[in-house]
Design a protein around this ligand. Structure first.
Ligand code: NHR
Ligand code: GAR
Length: 194
């Protein structure tokens, strides 16, 4: 069985969309894959309750408990490796990962970023897209590499920016497409790495 471990920091709606797709599309039967665990760096992440309700193992590794990023990433890797993952999925995970961590999971570490990379890597993407006068925005699923938001692109979707958009209204529009595209991209990855 291919175990998928999902890392979250907040609401977990992308995580929930992946869990839903895995069930509805019968990933266990078709790809021999399942969501094995959901791990958060924030103890109060709403996504943890969603995961528990879905019967998925959860863990919390609070980044504030660690003196350095290296120490946090080592503890995070230990929690992840308890589930022998074939794939580690960042879904709204908000901590930059050290080179050592990224190297450990090279080729099996994916992220969804809410912009059309290589435009707007980093934080506050929707506000920056609006301020730049972009007429389209979107999302990118990519492999995680040492350089932030620069790994090989697996999938993208384009979403219009409307004249009265705020960062919040644009984020909401993009998120709907994230929930569609991220599960698709993961399913395609599972087929390719069969
Ligand atoms: N780590 C590496 N090495 N490479 C990537 O491509 C990564 C990564 C870690 C996370 C997600 C990313 C995004 O999709 C991601 C990609 C957090 C920050 C950030 O600045 C930036 C990009 C992403 C995630 N985090 C602050 C930090 O100091 C904390 C911000 C907060 O807690 O709100 O780690 O956008
Ligand atoms: C999503 O829009 C995701 O792309 C973004 O945060 C949201 C998380 O929502 N990720 C980042 O900004 C990473 N820096 P969710 O927790 O409901 O999936």
């Amino acid at each position: 069985m291919k175990n998928i471990v999902i890392l979250i920091s907040g609401g977990g709606s992308n995580m929930a969309a992946i869990v839903r797709a895995a069930e509805q599309e019968r990933w266990a039967a078709r790809f021999n894959a399942r969501v094995a665990a959901v791990i958060s760096n924030k103890p109060d992440a709403a996504g943890l309750a969603l995961a528990r309700a879905a019967g998925i193992a959860t863990a919390v590794v609070p980044h504030k408990d660690f003196a350095s990023r290296e120490d946090f990433d080592a503890a995070l890797a230990q929690a992840i490796d308890a589930h022998a993952p074939s794939l580690v999925v960042l879904a709204g995970f908000m901590r930059i990962l050290t080179p050592g961590f990224v190297t450990r999971y090279a080729g099996r570490l994916l992220n969804i970023h809410p912009s059309l990379l290589p435009a707007f890597p980093g934080l506050h993407t929707h506000q920056r897209a609006i301020e730049a006068g972009c007429k389209v925005a979107g999302l990118t699923v990519h492999q995680v590499t040492v350089e932030l938001d620069h790994g090989p692109i697996l999938a993208q979707a384009v979403v219009p920016v409307l004249p009265d958009d705020t960062a919040a209204s644009l984020a909401e529009r993009v998120l709907v497409h994230e929930h569609r595209v991220y599960p698709q991209a993961i399913a395609a990855w599972l087929v390719e790495t069969k």
